[in-house]
Design a protein around this ligand. Structure first.
Ligand code: SF4
Ligand code: SF4
Ligand code: SF4
Length: 169
């Protein structure tokens, strides 16, 4: 049963299961496969990603709490973040290669390897599957990098495992 929504504090910086829980929808809908509380524990242990809670992204009423959660979780992600904010959750990635063929930089740098799905052969690509997990390189070529960066999401949306994210938005 949801707890009193008045305990939600959008700017809560308490990086703890309860601090996270307070900013979740608290509906226990189990779309993520967990209850809200176990989702909070798993987020803290980096066993699940925020994107698995789809109501946070799809329902306007949760937008403020989602942004607060992204901010709260940022320190947890920073160790794994590239300079563009890209985080790859290797524990979730199963090497399907969807992101590899979807990245416009990959396709531009290696049209034969990426566009027809053979896998990249160029060393200029950003995303490449190695030993069943995707790895990032040449991150300065990413469209989110530098002065003229854009909010490219091409590698995030086709990932069935929600293994790629940009926690900073
Ligand atoms: S999807 Fe979100 S709201 Fe639903 S149970 Fe999981 S954490 Fe709670
Ligand atoms: S954000 Fe865009 S350019 Fe950067 S790695 Fe992902 S798909 Fe490629
Ligand atoms: S789309 Fe997701 S699961 Fe597939 S290789 Fe990329 S990160 Fe891994």
């Amino acid at each position: 049963m949801p707890v009193d929504p008045h305990i939600n504090v959008a700017k809560d910086s308490d990086l703890s299961p309860m601090g996270i829980y307070r900013l979740l929808p608290q509906t226990n809908c189990k779309i993520c496969g967990e209850t809200c509380m176990s989702f909070a524990f798993k987020l803290l242990k980096k066993e699940i990603t925020l994107g698995k809670c789809t109501p946070l992204y799809e329902e306007e009423e949760y937008e403020e709490d989602r942004k607060a959660l992204e901010e709260m979780l940022r320190p947890l992600m920073e160790a794994e973040m590239t300079e563009t904010g890209l985080v790859i959750h290797e524990d979730l990635c199963f090497g399907c290669g969807n992101c590899v063929v979807a990245c416009p930089v990959n396709v531009a740098e290696d049209p034969k390897g990426c566009a027809i799905g053979n896998g990249p052969t160029s060393d200029k690509v950003i995303l490449k599957v190695e030993n069943g997990k995707v790895k990032a390189a040449n991150i300065e070529s990413c469209r989110r990098f530098g002065e003229h960066r854009i909010l490219c999401n091409a590698c995030i949306t086709p990932c069935p495992a929600k293994a790629i994210e940009f926690p900073g938005g």
